[in-house]
Ligand binder design. Sequence first.
Ligand SMILES: *Cc1c(COP(=O)(O)O)cnc(C)c1O
Length: 388
Amino acid sequence: MKEVPELMLMGPGPSTVPSRVLRAMSKPTLGHLDPRFIEIMGETMDLLRYVFQTKNEVTLPMSGTGSAGMETVLVNLLEPGDKAIICICGAFGLRMADIAERCGARVVKVESPWGYPIYPDDVQKALAKNPDARLLAIVHAETSTGVLQPLQEISRLCKKYGVLLVVDTVTSLGGVEFRCDEWGVDAAYSGTQKCLNCPPGLSPVTFSPAALERLEKRKSKVSSWYLDMTMIRRYWGQERFYHHTAPVNMIYALNEALQIVKEEGLENRWARHRQSQKAFIAGIKAMGLDMLVDEPYRLPSLNTVKIPDGIDDAKVRGALLKEYNIEIGGGLGELKGKVWRIGLMGNNARKRNVIWLLSALEDVLSRLGYNLERGSGVKAASLIYEGT
Ligand SMILES: *Cc1c(COP(=O)(O)O)cnc(C)c1O
């Protein structure tokens, strides 16, 4: 294979993978029913329960990326003709609606403009009009816009109307506070390549007892064979009923990435993401740049910075990559060409990355004619890390 460079991946994912995780991945492949591998599977499930903050028995990594997790949750919990309330304020809400429609569900949309969260009042109205809905699905961390969605009020409303709550935690798990059980979430899914710093390829999912009850009461078979949780839970459970071959080495990688999270402690990790976001934004503002999202809804793990007028998006991203080995993301969908998406995910939410990126950005922007005081961004960020 060709040589590939070591980069600082600070876009919307994948994020930089620590060498510890890459080394775990290169350990010898075991048989997927080998007792030593079964032990690793069990340990991985326990670690996932920790990062999801749940006691849910069915908590496991699906073989596929984050989108496979999204499809898993929806295809298992929806039957043709079911009504589903889907909250949309960015690209991933749109993807959920697309999948729910493909499941044969009648989709009711609750929408907000891109860059804003979903408001509980709108959710309340949708639930009151559609009390027969099976589930409500919402994105916790909208990677296309950089919005962090508050969940607790919406969860309370779902409980009141007896509707299952499904949450996309792809860009929040392991980086931003999420408490599955305490917040009354019935099913959640995530990805490995965002705040968990693992290569893409697995999608952790968790199903509450209420979600499993729904699954057991289905009248029709789950329409996807590969993602059918009624079978997959038997493969990951005591029975070891063969369904498909688990991607053994990917599970090594996830196990190691989760060990790293546990060693640091979730709370410490959440606080570190918040602090790095604070430093990063202080730097961005000192450079005269603006954030897309209003303060209370800014997502620590993914920051959307408005591209200043007259600055060429592609030139900036190209120079960061070529001269500094830093990858950042461009805008997606409606925000294409309007924002940069800057990930501070997992191990990248650290002073060294924030300062490196800000100084690179100062250099590139000022060379492209953007008027700024060199050193201003770095200084403002470093003051935050010093606690002043
Ligand atoms: C990245 C992402 C996904 C999709 O994950 P893939 O691994 O690309 O399939 C889904 N939802 C959100 C919020 C994401 O950020």
